[in-house]
Design a protein around this ligand. Structure first.
Ligand SMILES: Cc1cc2nc3c(=O)[nH]c(=O)nc-3n(C[C@H](O)[C@H](O)[C@H](O)COP(=O)(O)OP(=O)(O)OC[C@H]3O[C@@H](n4cnc5c(N)ncnc54)[C@H](O)[C@@H]3O)c2cc1C
Length: 313
């Protein structure tokens, strides 16, 4: 099958050239969307300057080049679970939302996820993307192995513990084009997300460690200009059948079931509040098109993970 090539710079390049938030225009001369790993190798060998592009959520030029960009998300990916090793191997362009739904359907989980389900596995780990929870490693800490096309066009594999592994995982695309990623998994779990409004700044500063340790995953949402912290999100990991016993009252915040006017304009896209459910529907902050729907429509990564169908393995 042929490689899809999109011209980058130049007339009529339009939205194909923008990052997700339309705050950066890629300068690359060409964008390639190979449909096989062999095509990735051919593009790399034939290019003078080449860089990998993920789901385009980075706010800056970190993924860019003046030469050839390669987006591997059109390579059909088969997600492979290894129950003995407790890992899953995925195509590098796989979106976390798609992966989360697949793993939950197989009784498995990731230990952490970032705000959005739309980012690619390769892009997230390459940038050390973090989730939340002061005892949870960032997304790169789950990487057990990489398959990567190097500058010479070789396809190599590297595993945790081997020389240079850690640097290649958080590699910002500098070591080649990652084509497959192997991630640690664990048994699936239930979570409850509780949301509190109006956390006083003095309370946050006085109780910072206690607040950040108050749940498995803790997030603070602020516009910085308000007199209180707009939102405190506590995501509790539940034992089987156990209800959440979270209370944030002693921090001076107020329990809420929905975002108050003006605080966040994407209520309909937030993952559910106050109701126990699968980790795959609670660990991210958002699950689908936000209030800024146009951006998500433009994004190829517009996959609601609740609706995503698991792929065969
Ligand atoms: C609204 C929003 C919310 C965010 N929330 C969070 C958050 O909660 N936590 C957090 O830490 N970050 C967050 N980010 C930042 C985001 O997670 C990172 O920018 C992440 O890198 C995006 O991944 P991507 O797939 O879009 O990669 P891109 O932005 O496209 O690329 C990022 C880097 O990964 C490299 N890369 C991509 N694919 C490959 C590949 N196949 N092989 C080799 N290298 C590759 C690129 O070369 C580049 O250096 C957020 C960003 C936005 C816009």
């Amino acid at each position: 099958m042929g490689c899809h090539e999109h011209q980058g710079r130049g007339e009529g390049a339009g939205l194909q050239n923008q990052n997700w938030s339309n705050t950066y225009a890629y300068q690359a001369a060409r964008l390639h969307r190979p449909t096989s790993i062999d095509e990735v190798r051919r593009v790399v060998v034939g290019a003078t300057r080449v860089h990998a592009l993920g789901a385009r959520h980075s706010f800056n030029s970190v993924a860019d080049t003046t030469g050839d960009l390669i987006d591997v998300s059109d390579i059909r990916s088969v997600l492979v679970i290894d129950h003995d090793q407790r890992t899953v191997t995925v195509g590098a362009g796989t979106r976390y939302g798609e992966l989360a739904a697949f793993l939950h359907a197989h009784g498995l989980a990731l230990h952490n996820m970032a705000s959005l389900p739309h980012i690619s596995v390769a892009g997230a780990v390459a940038t050390g993307t973090h989730g939340s929870g002061d005892r949870n490693g960032n997304l790169a800490t789950a990487v057990a192995g990489l398959e990567i096309v190097t500058a010479g066009g070789d396809l190599v594999q590297i595993r945790r513990g081997e020389r240079g592994f850690n640097g290649m995982v958080v590699g910002l695309g500098a070591f080649g084009v990652v084509t497959r990623v192997t991630l640690d998994v664990e048994p699936s779990f239930e979570m409850q997300q509780d949301v509190f409004a109006g956390l006083p700044w003095t309370s946050l500063l006085t109780n910072f460690d206690a607040i950040m340790a108050a749940a498995y995953s803790v997030s603070l949402m602020t516009m910085w200009s308000e007199s209180t912290v707009n939102r405190l999100w506590l995501k509790t990991r539940l034992a089987d059948g156990e209800p959440s016993r979270i209370t944030a009252a002693h921090f001076g915040a107020t329990a809420t079931t929905r975002a108050s006017p003006g605080a966040v304009d994407v209520d309909e896209s937030l993952t559910p509040f106050g109701v126990p459910g699968p980790w795959s529907e609670r660990l991210c902050h958002f699950f689908g098109p936000t209030a800024n729907r146009a951006r998500f429509r433009r994004s190829k990564a517009n996959t609601c993970y609740r609706a995503a169908k698991p792929q065969p393995h």
